[in-house]
Design a protein. Sequence first.
Length: 427
Amino acid sequence: MKAVGIIAEYNPLHSGHLYHIAKAKELSGADCTVICMSGNFVQRGEPAIMDKWARARVVLDSGSDERSNADLVIELPTIFACNRAEHFARGAIRTLAGIGVSHISFGCETHNPEGLQQIAETSIREKDRVQELIAEHMKEGISRAKANQRVIEELLGKEASELLEGPNNILSVEYLKNIIQLREKGINIEAVPVQRYVSGINESNSLLGFAGSTEIRKLIRNRNFDEVARYMPEKVRRALSEGGAPGDRILKAYKTTFELLRYDITRKSAAELTDMYCIGEGLENKIKKENVMASSLDDFVERLTSKRYSSASIRRILMYILLGLTGKSADLLSGVSKDGHMLEPKLFARVLAAGEGGREYMKAIKKEKKATIPVITNINKFLDENQDSQLELMAQLDILATDIYNIIFGRDMYEYSDKVVTPYIEV
């Protein structure tokens, strides 16, 4: 049974995502689609506007065309989901590979996927030199992403480096790098790039009925829900509206997040903050200072953003503080050695939702022994039987992330606990 994997956040699911699912099936000739989806905290360091269970469920049957519906949704663990592109892609690609997909599809902002492939191949082939040059450029006080773009310009020219101005292109290169690495290990996965209908996540095309996720979230926060309705399926609109106006709910969640952060940062010393993941080089002192001055979460992020730290990096760091994620734990879970080298991370595939095709695929990979990582449908049973402390720590971080998410959105902590909610399985 051939499966195509898609790495996504669906924050929220919209028309462009449905187009991508259908196109991925068409181009790959796959029998089913497996989505590796971020949990309750997403890559830009924010709580998702719908919880992971709701987002997983709606992607199974929100499309009017059967081809645009997913078959199986698994969770990308928090340690990878709320991380920079390099780690996000590494965790997602290897999770999908671990459950036997033969193709992986991703959206990009270019009609020139060969250019992305060239960047990926060069980054792998000249890895040591690339890392050395990135480190040199970062001494100038710029971010890793900007330093990497400069290095690619030096190695491949301006046209290649300009491809890295698109956030989906950046992720695409990381996906391709991981696919190349897996091929070197004898795991053959075919990349299936799909060009986006709008050129960027911040743009929209109302005539075609497509908008980027960032633009949609902005419309929701600005209470422009009628405009949002043009870009997403009815089922998603209904799910978003459960519990009141989505814009009001999200703004309240941001306020609660800010209050929790201020409390946590206030009670920590600057030295204690340096134990948190990705905090160092004096950022701990800046966080302590601006924690007193900031008036909102957005204001806090803006005050901390610099040439070295993008707003997305800052949001992720603030989430690490909220999660209590130390650098030591993060490196262990993401597979980074003490000397900074990337090791193969230990992973599992936690099922969030499955349709008929997804159930058949799970049966097939079990029968054919294609899964090389644990497939979890019952988290409590997994925790009782699992003997790997690293996988337990990873699972416990996901459970904690859900607990904090429930506090942020004012939800019942027991009813919506990861230990209580079960995967949605269509029968």
